[in-house]
Write a protein that binds this ligand. Structure first.
Ligand SMILES: [Zn+2]
Length: 333
């Protein structure tokens, strides 16, 4: 079991608890969105950045009333009395959903920055179940371009366009600390879902090359071994690609070491490399048999993404909506 899946004991998530408000450094205070769940771990992390009375809020949670209470407590703890602006890392509702209620709490409207993509993506994976501009009107966003810088007393944030998890995803380097706000590209626990594997791997490489000292992720605890964690994500995804390839031709000669009551298909059958497999079957072969059923759908979404990536490089072909076939030896990748 890799270090990235150690929190999945017996297929269930075991999560480190986080305080609603944590002053992490003089420049960074973490404020929880109050929306824990299978996709959001301990809920969404938002970050109040800066040292003065007006700061930058990075992400806004899901729009639950409890988040505004947490934010009020964070203001009291840090001497912050207002916001210079809000930045939204990407359009998913657990990051964007709180913009309106934060503005209401402030009593005055502050600028809202986000990368504005040319077109919207369809919703996916349980995360993007609400249209972004229903949560905050498009005309009220200010476009944040790749490389843009926002400054506030005590903090300079430089933004980097890092799509893959979502088509508008950005991370930010906090220059005074050399630290990165990694949003949903790299989480504090486990791995995340992504939309486009090729883009996602490119974005992880970009993040790696920025050599952050630590990560402030969109979900879960602070990551101190930032560069190693990003590398582990790349290795994990690459390993997943190999596993999906291998799902088409499980080694028939391997000894069964699982318990005799196991009924998983991958331990019992010798399968020809030219078989046609459904997305569900491939996902079953790739993920542990005791995976929490709630995590099966995101696992299928990840598997589908790997298959699309493999189709792009000519290793598999899609036959029907959900059927896939190996067309080239994976070794030729
Ligand atoms: Zn997300």
């Amino acid at each position: 079991m890799s270090s990235l899946t150690q929190h999945l004991r017996s297929g269930k998530q075991v999560l480190q608890q986080l305080e609603p408000v944590s002053v992490l450094t003089p420049r960074v205070t973490r404020v929880l969105g109050g929306n824990p769940g299978p996709f959001t771990l301990t809920g969404t992390n938002t970050y109040l950045v800066g040292t003065g009375s007006k700061r930058i809020l990075f992400d806004t949670g899901d729009g639950l009333p409890v988040f505004v209470e947490h934010l009020r407590a964070a203001f009291d703890r840090t001497g912050c009395t207002g916001l210079e602006c809000i930045v939204v890392s990407h359009w998913h509702h657990d990051h964007l959903g709180g913009v309106a209620s934060v503005q209401e709490f402030l009593g005055n409207e502050v600028p809202v920055f986000k990368f504005i993509p040319a077109s919207l993506e369809e919703t996916f994976g349980g995360e993007g179940a609400r249209a972004p501009y229903d949560m905050w009107p498009k005309e009220k966003f200010t476009h944040l371009e790749d490389g843009a810088v926002l400054k506030v007393e005590g903090a300079t944030l430089r933004f980097h366009f890092t799509p893959g998890h979502a088509n508008d995803h950005m991370v930010a380097m906090l220059e005074e600390e050399g630290a990165m706000l990694s949003a949903d590209n790299v989480l504090g626990t486990g791995t995340g879902v992504f939309r486009d594997l090729t883009q996602y791997l490119d974005s992880l490489q970009k993040m790696h090359d920025l050599k952050p000292s630590r990560l402030y992720p969109g979900h879960g605890p602070v990551v101190e071994d930032a560069v190693a964690r990003i590398s582990a994500y790349v290795e994990h995804r690459t390993a997943r690609v190999r596993q999906v390839e291998a799902a088409f031709s499980p080694p028939a000669a391997e000894e069964e070491e699982s318990d005799p009551t196991s009924t998983t298909a991958s331990t019992s059958a010798s399968v020809s490399a030219s078989e046609v497999l459904s997305l569900t079957e491939i996902t079953r072969r790739v993920y542990p048999a005791d995976l929490d059923p709630k995590l099966f759908r995101p696992a299928m979404a990840n598997t589908a993404n790997v298959l699309r990536h493999l189709a792009t490089v000519g290793v598999v072909a899609q036959l029907g909506d959900e059927e896939w076939k190996l067309i080239k030896a994976p070794a030729q990748l």
